[in-house]
Design a protein around this ligand. Structure first.
Ligand SMILES: [Zn+2]
Length: 389
């Protein structure tokens, strides 16, 4: 994407960036063993550009060569009951809608494989999970097997009835090649269903979820740009909707017949263009609000923690250079406990730590989880004020 004069989705010429965030940590799924290592983590620049033709937003400064997804990567959301329920409902809907029983499912970028297992157990399907970071390979006789590799047309022999790809496409610097390869691999198996979900950039821009802007996400899709690239790569879009309180977009598609006319209508991007035009100014206002909050913490000496050692916390803490004002980050994923947050180097602790620490303030990074967090605090006997970031 270096150079960045052209949209990686539709190839149109694009203007300069509308928003810049320098020195962001490269990886949000990597935790560090010491505070010093966390401070020294690799960083890169974010220069967001809006394609006026298809509506894709992308990071012009993104350099894929700098990102190596390795075994230590852990970005699982499955420890949250709220997220597990969403994943289970999605799996059940896909199984019912497309009669996926006794079929073959491929998941691209399966992570720990939790969603793939849901699909395979609920629908008695066979699953193949592809991910360069996955742990177990699985025995050939098992219902779910893992292949530690990127999915490519070389694996078309698995002949899947469903190909799913969740929270991955926004990381792909060459989305057109990725989807065109997927389409080529499907070949004439035109009943194959393809399911993708990605963050919804409209919500990020409209509700100022600025902390969701991270280096690893080189692409930010709106419904228009997601539909456009699927159609351009030879898919027919069956369903495309917002989900998880509007935070994600999900698309269900199948291969279009080669003779089918491609829709080339220009999307209406007026509201996206307006959101983009005011974004840098609204970001500065948000930053100022946070600076005031941090001053309050310092002045009153209130004990504060953030909840969730994920992308948003890393985005917020590094953009605002938060240090000792909020010294700990709580996470319910035990694999992260005792490690340190990329860049700003807060120690990551488990919820039980709060019993002794007794914070007065808990910063909730994603309000979708607010009730879940409130209930855990109640169980711990911790009375704290909740701030939504
Ligand atoms: Zn474009």
């Amino acid at each position: 994407m270096a150079g960045g004069e052209f949209c990686p989705a539709c190839g149109a010429a694009v203007p300069g960036p509308f928003f810049r965030l320098p020195d962001a940590p490269l990886h949000v799924g990597v935790q560090w063993p010491t505070a010093e290592a966390a401070r020294q983590c690799p960083r890169g620049d974010i220069d967001l550009v809006l394609c006026p033709t298809c509506g894709l937003i992308f990071n012009r400064a993104f350099d894929p060569a700098r990102l190596e997804y390795a075994g230590q990567y852990d970005n699982s959301l499955f420890f949250s009951p709220r997220y597990r329920q969403f994943a289970r409902e999605t799996a059940e809907r896909l199984i019912d809608r497309y009669s996926l029983r006794g079929k073959t499912v491929v998941e691209i970028g399966c992570g720990k494989g939790d969603f793939l297992r849901l699909l395979c157990e609920a629908g008695d399907n066979r699953g193949f999970g592809f991910d360069p970071t996955c742990e177990a390979e699985g025995d050939p006789g098992e219902r779910v097997q893992f292949i530690r590799d990127y999915y490519s047309p070389a694996y078309a022999r698995y002949a899947p009835d469903l190909i799913c790809c969740r929270q991955v496409f926004e990381h792909v610097p060459t989305p057109r090649t990725f989807l065109a390869d997927l389409r080529a691999g499907v070949g004439d198996r035109t009943q194959t269903i393809v399911y993708f979900d990605v963050p919804n950039v409209r919500i990020i821009l409209r509700d100022l979820h600025v902390w969701s802007i991270i280096y690893e996400h080189c692409l930010y899709f709106s419904a228009e740009s997601l539909a456009a690239i699927f159609q351009a790569c030879g898919f027919e879009v069956l369903h495309l909707q917002e989900c998880f309180d509007g935070q994600y977009l999900e698309v269900e598609a199948r291969p279009a017949a080669l003779t089918q006319a491609r829709r080339t209508e220009a999307p209406d991007l007026d509201d996206l263009t307006a959101s983009v035009a005011s974004f840098a100014q609204r970001f500065d206002e948000c930053r100022r609000r946070w600076e005031e909050r941090l001053e309050t913490i310092e002045r009153t000496g209130a004990r504060a923690v953030a909840w969730g050692a994920g992308a948003r916390t890393i985005g917020l803490f590094n953009a605002l250079d938060i240090g000792a004002q909020i010294p700990y980050v709580v996470d319910i994923n035990p694999r992260k406990h005792g490690t340190y947050l990329a860049g700003s180097a807060q120690q990551i602790v488990g919820p039980a730590f709060l019993r002794e620490y007794r914070p007065a303030l808990v910063v909730v990074m994603n309000e979708v989880y607010q009730e879940e967090i409130r209930s855990q605090l109640r169980d711990l006997g911790v009375e704290a004020e909740l701030w939504c970031a």
